[in-house]
Design a protein around this ligand. Sequence first.
Ligand code: RRO
Length: 319
Amino acid sequence: MTASLATLSLPNPVLTASGCAAAGRELHQFFDVAALGAVVTKSIMTRPRSGRATPRMAETPSGMLNSIGLQGPGIDSFIENDLAWLAAHGARTVVSIAGGHTDEYVEITRKLNGNAAVSMLEVNISCPNVESRGQVFACDVHASSRVIGAVRRAADPALPVFAKLSPDVTDITLIARACADAGADGFSLINTLLGMVIDTDTMAPALGGVTGGLSGPAIRPVALRCVWQVHQKLPSYPIIGMGGIRCGLDALQFILAGASAVSVGTAVFGDPSAPVRVLAELEAALDARGFASLAGAVGYAHRAPEHRLGPDAPQAAAS
Ligand code: RRO
C-alpha cells in the first residue's frame, strides 16, 4: 500500500482532506492519526483569521456547502501548537498553505522550511471563499504559475510542492500544465465547487458568505473527471485525488483514474473513522482484483483494452 508522491513515500495512500479535520486532534479521539498516510491540515495563512460571517455551512443533496473563509490561528501558532502536536503523535503532515498574494505564500513557506514535521506543502490556490474571485489564483494560468513558482523557489528543495486546483475552470489541464512548468511536483485534485443555497423561508442566501464551496458525493464524478484529465495530460505527475470519497470503492475509482493517493474529507463529518475504514476497504478491493501493489493500480483505467486484464489474470495486472 506504499504511496509514492514525488520524493515522498507514504506507508499508505489515505490522507485527510484539508479543512475537514483541522490539524487532526479531533480525529485522534476515534483512531490513531499516525495510521493514515498523512494528515493534511486546514489551509494556514500568515496571521490569525476569523473567517466569514455565519452561517457557514448548508446541506445540499448528497453534499455540503461551506463558507469558512480561511479561519485559522496563523502560521506561528500553527507551528508551535498544531504541527508540534502532529509530530509528537507520529503523524506525517502535509501542510496546506494559503495567501492573499504571492508574498504571503512565500513568507509561510520560509517559516516551514527546515521543520522536520512537514512532509509536503499543499499550495491552496483554489479557495472559493475569498472576497474577490481575482484571488482564486487557480482560475488563471498566470496567477497559478506565479504562486507555484514562487513557493517552489522558496521551499526546501527536498520538500514536495503540490498545487491544489479548482474544478471551476474550462480546462483544468491548462492550469495543471502551468503549475507543472512553474515547478509543481504534483497536484491535489480537487477543491470544492462554488455553489449556493437560498433558504425559502427567509428567502435569502443560506450562507452568511452568500456563496460557498460544494463538497461530498455530489462532486465525486467531477473530481474523478479532473483526476482522469490531468493524469492523461501529465502522467508522470503524482495526484492526490479527493471529492466525495466515502468508501474503498470510491477511493479505488480515483486510483484507477490516476491518483497515487486519496484524501477523505466531508465523509468525516458523518463518520469520523471514515479515513481508516476507507483504507481497509481499499486494501481489500485491490487485493480482490489481484493487484500486488497500489502502484500497479494507479491509472489502470487508462490502459487500452488490449492491455487491460480481466479478473482471470489478476497478477499480471499488478505488474
Ligand atoms: O476556508 C474555506 O472556506 C475553504 C477553503 Br480555504 C478551501 O480551500 N475550500 C473550501 O471549500 N473552503
